[in-house]
Design a protein around this ligand. Sequence first.
Ligand code: AHM
Ligand code: MG
Length: 322
Amino acid sequence: MADIGIDLNRFILEEERKHPNATGSLTQALMSIEAASKIIASQVRKAGLAGILGKAGKTNVQGEEVQKLDELSNEILIDMLSDSGEFYALASEELDEPIYPEKGKNAKYVIAFDPLDGSSNIDVNVSIGTIFSIHRRIGDGVENFLQEGYKQVAAGYIIYGSSTMFVFSTGNGVNGFTLDPSVGMFLLSHPDMKLPEKGKIYSINEANEKKWIDENLKKFIDALKDEGYTSRYIGSMVADVHRTLIKGGIFGYPADKKNVNGKLRLLYEASPMSFLITQAGGKATTGKEDILNIKPHEIHQRVPVFLGSKKEIDQLLSFIGS
Ligand code: AHM
Ligand code: MG
């Protein structure tokens, strides 16, 4: 296990050294995300001051209102990741279609990201985050993004919370780094993160209960209540998943009558978070299948999501699984 306090750049370089055939491309790719996330973090910290809060008066591809910090984060990521030359294509929650950067013509990787997830929480100073998912390039077009989640080369998130953290996996466990703002470095604070086998928290928007399509879901939540579970729901997936990764339990966004395929997006929300949770010893399911086994059919596809400790996911499947 790496030493607590090691800087993220050194950690990534040391991981690369373990693979004698590595070209350094993934290292550079991850470092470009890290650099972008530091700039986004500084903008998020200044948001209340800089007058960049509030809505931009536009809607994004999902028909939701886009807020200014979302746009800014999207631009920062597009500029810096394109400029790295390490990505053949970029897909973002904020873009209808992927971008193919000129500098990445010969690059090996593609990336899908949600530049600033939890946007309803920006105005109220609650944790928000960036989520990313990296796959190998397999072709020339959109097929690059339509690969199963288990094929991810790396996935992670940056949470802009009471501190900023960079949590990621390259398929070799999950490590969390905390930004030391005084030196501008992410330092290893949470090595080899593992979910407890069982938690004490369920995290779901219970206000939607009457709209849930599967009535057995309510029975499952009632069973957790009878077992003494408590409820936490922030409404920022990054924050709710971060807590689940540390404390265990279950996070879910099920299908309901309004969102018949669930609300969360497969490529840049469900799949990277499922990769991390699975790498940390937990499980991720739609209720019908393992999220990492889904072959996407479109970039902005939505899926029902349940992630968490083994005990809670197995119990959920005993109620709703088919
Ligand atoms: P966003 O990408 O527009 O921010 O929406 C995704 C967010 C997730 O962070 C969160 O889990 C979910 O929406 C909360 O939705 P709801 O407010 O319906 O509970
Ligand atoms: Mg989002």
